[in-house]
Design a binder for this molecule. Sequence first.
Ligand code: SF4
Length: 284
Amino acid sequence: KDFRNNVKPNWCPGCGDFSIQAAIQRAAANVGVIPEELAVVSGIGCSGRISGYINSYGLHGIHGRSLPIAQGVKMANRELTVIASGGDGDGFAIGMGHTIHAIRRNIDVTYIVMDNQIYGLTKGQTSPRSEMGFKTKSTPAGSIESSLSVMEMALTAGGSFVAQSFSSDLKELTSLIEQGINHKGFSLINVFSPCVTFNKVNTYDWFKENLTSLSTIEDYDPHNRMQAMNTLMEHDGLVTGLIYQNKEKPSYESLVTGFKDEALSSQDISLNQEQFDKLAAEFM
Ligand code: SF4
């Protein structure tokens, strides 16, 4: 059950992504899967490298497309535990259409967003998560766009598992990833992961000062969607913990009919000549 491999991450020293890698490895071991039962699919960005740093099946895909690939993997082999991951630019800009539809579709994939509020790989431009006024190379006078409220968006899109964490809190993050893997449906876990090289505003200290743990809010009930929404709005989205879970919403794959329980990847789908000719004739 060792999810470490011998590839040395080339993230900058201090990057929040290191902790997220460790949390995924620990959570996978804790829920009892083995490397051959885990697939990690990532997009493009510093965070996208993560699929190469975990001892499992891995696919480093193209920008914003980790979710279509991850959903295809899950449908082809439902016996796999599937984790998709990427940055806030990957998931909430170019990949946003996929993110919203994966949320409402509720396919059993755990999506971990490494949210650093900036594009790190391309050396520091504003992302959809950057605050208004945020100065970068692409917005030297400050961003004139407001930041996207992703947790609120996930709730309104019909999310059945919505959580947020901070890369420094390895214990909470590991626990949330475990819960997300065990959740029978789509789980979105947004993780504040400081970019120490290009984001000099949203630093470790900034998050420590501004984040509120839901565990400190009396009577917080993660099954109450209205309370979840109100709490997010009161705290400007800066909360950590399990924000909302609906265990009653059926997963996509549990509703798909006509699929054999056996993984598509292990079924014999070869055609004999007669079947092939018949199929080919339909396209003539
Ligand atoms: Fe991490 Fe930022 Fe360095 Fe990328 S540029 S590896 S996000 S610290």
